[in-house]
Design a protein around this ligand. Sequence first.
Ligand code: TXA
Ligand code: MG
Length: 343
Amino acid sequence: MSSTAIVSASDENYQDAVKAAVPLLRAGEVVALPTETVYGLAGNAFDPLAVAKIFSAKERPSFDPLIVHVAHRADLERVCVIPEDIQPTVEKLLNAFWPGPLTIVLPKHPDVPDLVTSGLGTVAVRQSANKIFRAISKELGQPLAAPSANRFGRISPTSAGAVMRELEGRIPLIVDGGACSEGLESTIIHLTAGEKRPTITILRPGPITKEMLQNFGKVERPKRPRDGSAPTAPGMLPSHYAPRTPLLLIENAADFRPQPGKRYGLLSYTGEPGKGYVSLHRWAAMETLSPGNGKLPEAALRLFHLLRKLDEAELDYIVAEPVSEVGLGVAIMDRLRRAAAPI
Ligand code: TXA
Ligand code: MG
């Protein structure tokens, strides 16, 4: 592959994008598409060769399975088999959150290629709310396997420009649908039937928060291996979403001990002088997640974009200030902790 084309699209006008993307997808190619969370690198989920191209463009290890995106709810039965004991809960969750940033892990349909699920008996499924993404999937008539459109372990892209920096020359087309509206990857859950209430296990925190899921069952986080060795479930790799510049997540300001002569940049939460980490150091660069009063949805939306900006500012270290760990703050802190984990 030599050059990567870009085609623009909007919620009102996406015909050119459909015309450019669908023939490529039909021919087993991969295309980067906007979703409401982050940009995805999409291929026909039922075409193992297209799926193999996704893994190779991303340099993703084959043990890390992909999310399958359905255009219609009716397509669910093409990709998974919903156990009877959780069927009512699945129904309620879909009514509440689909289309949208909720991914559910369900037993896989035998027709889904093993490569998509890395040989697991389950498949992760969601329905994106992005109109352009859905129009392309509908026209193709197939569900799309789509991981985030970054190289493995790197920061997820929230704009077409960021996808270009990650995958230029590796894929034929990027559909530019503007900036993503959520900015953080979908919440991934797994369900188990309980005697009274089902248990909802959050495998990856995201825009659909614990608080939002509590009406539907008992919500818990999976247990992590204590020695930090092998992940207990895919998607729980500790090092992820990492900039190239080392990121220090300093949870207590008193723990920040700068080395002389090094350039430190700050990812501030509210950016207010005299508050938080702003006055802690003469920062070589500073970006603010949510200027002013610190609003978590705004912080989530800007997180990956600003991390990428700081990563390009020729710093020795990026220091991240913690955000309050409630609601969306749980997902933001999850991404910061994983970005900060040693590679
Ligand atoms: O918002 C999103 O979910 C974006 C957009 C493009 O839809 N996609 C995304 O995909 O974040 P990706 O591949 O970067 O992350 C998917 C995560 C991986 O960590 C993978 O391990 C996990 O989902 N996953 C996929 N299938 C799974 C399964 N059967 N069981 C448990 N985890 C699974
Ligand atoms: Mg990803």
